[in-house]
Design a protein around this ligand. Structure first.
Ligand code: ATP
Ligand code: MN
Length: 479
């Protein structure tokens, strides 16, 4: 029976009174044939187990290796050593699973690199860095649901498989059961998807927004939080082929309401993690300091991780229009010295280097940019009266660039239909979407927050592959 065991985190906070306890976990280190550092993932802090010298034979002790799993029963006592308040004086040690040190890929002695740990992603949870990251990821997920639940939003599960690829958010992954080598063909030679599983061409969703809008037209406020898929062939540190997105959609909201909610949401999430994962954040902050020591002074962050998070919680985001953003870029020393790789002019889709200049060099805080040129944005965004821009907003943050993309949606049927035709979006196929504009249409808005980008911001990690358990990227889908 296992259920009398106590987790390490709880034991470390318990007053030692020589009470008998049972703990289980994995060996981090074993020193002097006497001191075991045991970890069970509940915290990065290990529990010290003291094995009385001479009470076990040598062959048994040889099996207590890094990575082996143990069941230990003993007395919880005050620790004499420094570094911990309590320890367990073992009366019985049982090895649940051995771990051959010759073969175990995770030797903690020489600090393994993040790149190496990606290759053994099945084991990296057992390191302090990934322990902290994935406990934070859990907390952030929980906080997301709590935020919306407190505000009466309905959690709508939008479909993973969809037939609409009209969103234009990115390249899609096809979902099909047709035989690759010999698919049924139409007379003109094109593949006949009528014969496919769903009787039509389908793909993995790139966004739950369109379905979210349908929900908002009844519940007022909905959100979806689930995986989305984009066959992004850009191998960057900020793009995944499978990533999680939080997409709220609110009826009776305009762009400003939308920006207000997004800002409040981001602040809330950060505050939640600061209140609930202090220890893990402090560990990650220290890790970042160490990592940055490898970089030239000029590339190091001006603030520590925790300072940065506090700053975001306590300060309003900057709000500017796209036109103003372009103006700032054109006036910038970086532009004048031709430091940007990509061109800058009104109408461009800002590149990451531009976004990062705005938040890191110019404003030095998160920025909400609104009013983008309509030609670079999706068909459903509400057209502004100037005939050039749409009621779109992106939120940009230091170190990352875009973290949120959102807009007020076009609720006027005629304008929407005209725009769809201009952009070659199949109007008939989207009958269900247009129905919301036919039957009781209302002003509404929403946004998408990339969960892993938020994770990067909160943990100070720099590669998106390190904040999702098993990253899917071009040419890589191990585990
Ligand atoms: P980017 O320009 O960075 O590719 P996008 O404009 O394609 O982003 P949206 O379609 O607006 O992004 O998606 C909403 C949010 O989802 C983005 O703000 C970002 O946080 C996140 N996101 C988008 N694509 C990816 C991806 N491939 N991997 C991880 N997160 C992503
Ligand atoms: Mn993209």
């Amino acid at each position: 029976m296992f259920n009398t065991r106590v987790k390490v985190k709880e034991l470390l906070a318990t007053t030692p009174e020589n009470q008998e306890v049972t703990v289980m976990g994995w060996v981090r280190t074993f020193r002097n044939n006497q001191f075991i550092a045991l970890n069970d993932g509940s915290t990065n802090n290990n529990l010290q187990i003291v094995v009385e010298l001479g009470s076990y034979d040598e062959n048994f002790l040889k099996k207590i290796n890094t990575g082996a799993s143990l069941k230990v029963t003993g007395l919880l006592v005050a620790s004499l050593g420094k570094g911990q308040a309590v320890e367990v004086k073992a009366s019985s040690v049982e090895i649940l699973g051995e771990c051959n040190p010759e073969k175990y890929p995770l030797q903690l002695k020489n600090k393994p690199s993040l790149e190496y740990l990606r290759e053994i992603a099945h084991l990296r949870f057992r390191t302090n860095t990934f322990g902290a990251i994935f406990r934070v990821r859990h907390s952030l997920s929980f906080a997301i649901h709590q935020f919306f639940n407190e505000r009466g939003f309905v959690y709508l599960h939008t479909p993973i498989i969809t037939a609409s690829d009209a969103e234009g958010a990115g390249e899609t992954f096809r979902v099909s059961t047709l035989p690759f080598d010999n698919p049924p063909r139409q007379e003109n030679g094109a593949i006949d998807f009528k014969e496919d599983f769903f009787g039509r061409a389908t793909n993995l969703t790139v966004s739950g927004q369109l379905e979210g809008e349908l929900g908002a037209m009844a519940f007022s406020d909905v959100y979806t939080f689930g995986p989305t898929f984009r066959a992004e062939n850009s191998n960057t540190a900020r793009h995944l082929a499978e990533f999680w997105m939080i997409e709220p959609e609110m009826a009776f909201h305009d762009l400003e309401d939308n920006a207000n909610l997004a800002e409040k949401f981001i602040r809330y999430l950060i505050k939640y993690v600061m209140d609930h994962n202090r220890e893990d954040l402090e560990f990650l902050a220290q890790r970042l300091v160490e990592e940055e020591k490898q970089r030239p002074q000029a590339e190091r962050s001006e603030m520590g991780l925790i300072e940065k998070l506090e700053f975001v919680v306590n300060n309003q985001f900057e709000r500017i229009s796209y036109t103003e953003a372009i103006e700032v870029l054109l006036q910038s020393p970086a532009y004048k010295k031709k430091k940007f790789q990509y061109e800058v002019s009104w109408g461009i889709d800002m590149q990451s280097e531009h976004e990062r200049y705005l938040v890191e060099k110019h404003f030095k805080k998160p920025v909400i940019v609104t009013g983008y040129p309509r030609d670079i944005k999706a068909f459903y965004m509400r057209q502004n009266d100037d005939g050039k821009t749409v009621a779109a907003m992106d939120i940009l943050v230091p170190g990352i660039g875009e973290i949120v993309g959102g807009s007020q949606r076009e609720e006027r049927l005629e304008k929407l239909e005209t725009r769809m035709k201009e952009m070659n979006i199949p109007v008939e196929e989207m009958w269900w979407y247009l129905d919301t504009r036919r039957f009781g249409t209302v002003p509404h808005a929403g946004f998408g927050l990339g969960f892993e980008r938020m994770m990067l911001f909160v943990t100070g990690m720099t590669n998106i592959r390190d904040v999702i358990a098993f990253p899917r990227t071009p040419k890589s889908a191990e585990f």
